[in-house]
Design a protein around this ligand. Structure first.
Ligand SMILES: Cc1cc2nc3c(=O)[nH]c(=O)nc-3n(C[C@H](O)[C@H](O)[C@H](O)COP(=O)(O)OP(=O)(O)OC[C@H]3O[C@@H](n4cnc5c(N)ncnc54)[C@H](O)[C@@H]3O)c2cc1C
Length: 500
């Protein structure tokens, strides 16, 4: 074992979509900074960002019913939907900038137009969807959304879902044609190819084992070279821990006060994939239902048209489950290893509070293949077992922390940026709304960690992301302009789709 000491400006840990996005933003804003990336696997985008490990929904609240809720007076709260939609517009703008500047090419290899729909059954749910639609369609960000409770119309929109369906209760759907399917794996690889071409040092098969503060205020990152077994020590002024599920254990190693009293709860997932082209051709859209009572928001069932490797397929799920691993390629000791004296109480409280969730996950884990098919048949009544196979999705590690509203040991379903008070290190925890909002989350990292540079960077940020710092909902004409120009740059408007 030998130790090599190397200095740099920035270290990005993990080659997922988050590090790729932060690296790409910083490359435009401070091209002279030296950046190194350490990834323990042999390629970029192999964990949650990989195309088969997530659902590839460009989350913009056009179909996800968990982003709106009914208030006590019966009106619909759309504030979360507006927030998520605005955040996705930031991603669309940055990706468009990269395409227009020729820094990445062929946007059709990572983003495709796919209608986003919500589908519900039962009188109460139909009334909710009608109100949800009325409120959203009055908002400039959701123009173009349609609603129907006419089964004949729904047969046009979702023939596969309507075929063979017994209509003994009301059914309704919304549809927005400007939804997208995003191949986050392809995007991640494109961004890292661009970074590598621009002098970013990519180190694959390099696992980060430890992170320590040095006496001169830098961060020392201890890296294990998986191929030759050597240990290297690299120092940097700023470290981003973008290890996905692997971020929490690394954050704990930094020992910063902000890393204390935080735990993680891993939730695994499965999808059913249809590879029968005849069935695949009968459906076009991402159709989101309502979460079952007691189910966590990330397990809302949905049937998705996906474009992966230029082939159209159908994905249904996710079926949640429990595995103690924090990464798909992680260790069974991840969960137990993350329990420390400072977060023990937080974890114990969460365990006691979240019995319903634990029960739900265990039930999901015990589902037989036939039971999974039964859940699928709630969407596609005529689904045949032989047309569908199981794929294991990525791991999500939900953040557990003490909050004022929820008290000790509260499970969080969102994304959290945890950073040192001096901004020298930041980690991204949590997984939702996820990759779609990578640009928003990485701008948040930059605001927290580089406040001294934000003034000088503002003009360039606005060139890349014109709506940065501006509320689009309050500026409908800017939204229209951005929506049209990004659709054009990302070839989303008039694309002729030909797939094998
Ligand atoms: C089932 C499921 C469905 C989802 N659906 C969607 C969706 O439809 N839309 C959406 O926008 N988002 C979705 N998400 C969320 C989205 O996939 C994630 O938010 C996003 O991919 C996270 O990117 P990341 O870069 O943080 O992590 P990852 O892509 O997991 O990358 C982390 C990288 O860090 C590496 N790493 C970890 N530890 C170390 C270490 N010690 N040393 C070196 N390298 C390390 C890992 O090997 C990995 O390559 C979904 C997630 C799941 C699990």
């Amino acid at each position: 074992m030998s130790s090599i000491q190397k200095k740099t400006d920035i270290i990005l840990i993990g080659a997922g979509v988050m590090s790729a996005t932060l690296g790409s933003l910083l490359k435009e804003l401070a091209p002279e900074w030296k950046i190194k990336v350490f990834e323990k696997l042999e390629k970029a985008g192999e964990e949650s960002s990989k195309e088969w490990n997530n659902a590839g929904t460009g989350h913009s609240a056009l179909c996800e019913l968990n982003y709106t809720s009914e208030k006590s007076d019966g009106s619909i709260d759309i504030s979360k939907a507006v927030k998520v939609n605005e955040q996705f517009q930031l991603s669309r703008q940055f990706w468009s900038y990269l395409v227009k500047s020729n820094l990445i090419r062929n946007p059709e290899d990572f983003i495709k137009p796919v209608p986003h729909m919500s589908l519900v059954q039962g009188e109460k749910n139909v009334t909710f969807l009608k109100n949800h639609f009325k409120t959203l369609s009055n908002n400039p960000l959701f123009q173009g959304m349609e609603f129907s409770d006419d089964p004949e119309k729904l047969k046009e929109w979702i023939p596969l879902i309507m075929e063979g369906r017994t209509l003994n209760e009301p059914i309704a759907a919304t549809k927005t044609d400007s939804g997208t399917d995003v191949n986050f794996g392809a995007l991640t690889r494109m961004l890292f190819d661009h970074l590598k071409d621009n002098n970013v040092e990519m180190n694959y098969k390099h696992a980060v084992k430890d992170i320590k503060r040095t006496s001169d205020g830098l961060w020392e990152v201890k890296v294990h070279d998986v191929e030759n077994g050597k240990t290297e020590c690299h120092t940097a002024k700023f470290v981003f821990i973008g290890g996905g599920g692997g971020s929490l254990p690394l954050l704990q190693k930094t020992n910063i006060p902000e890393s204390k009293h935080i735990g993680g709860f891993p939730v695994s997932g499965l999808f059913l994939v249809c590879n029968n082209p005849e069935v695949v051709e009968q459906h076009h859209g991402k159709v989101y239902g309502k979460a079952k009572v007691g189910a966590p928001p990330m397990s809302v069932p949905h049937l998705d048209t996906r474009y992966i490797d230029n082939k159209k397929s159908l994905l249904f799920g996710p079926f949640a489950g429990f595995s103690p691993k924090f990464l798909k390629n992680g260790s069974n000791l991840d969960l137990i290893g993350s329990i420390k004296p400072d977060n023990l109480l937080t974890m114990l409280y969460a365990g006691a509070k979240e019995m319903a969730l634990t029960k739900y996950l265990i039930q999901q884990l015990m589902l037989s293949s036939e039971k999974r098919m039964e859940e699928l048949r709630e969407f596609i009544p005529n689904a045949k077992s032989e047309d569908w196979e199981v794929v294991v999705a990525g791991q999500r590690v939900q953040v557990i922390k003490d909050t004022e509203a929820g008290g000790k040991g509260t499970l969080q379903f969102g994304t959290e940026v945890v950073s040192a008070s001096d901004g020298s290190i930041a980690a991204l925890l949590g997984a939702s709304p996820g990759a779609s909002t990578a640009v928003h989350v990485m701008l948040e990292v930059m605001e927290k960690c580089f406040p001294q540079h934000m003034k000088e960077w503002e003009t360039k940020i606005k060139e890349m992301i014109p709506s940065y710092g501006v509320s689009l909902v309050e500026n409908p004409s800017l939204f229209q302009e951005i929506h049209t120009s990004t659709a054009e740059a990302l070839c989303l408007s008039e694309r002729e789709l030909v797939y094998s």
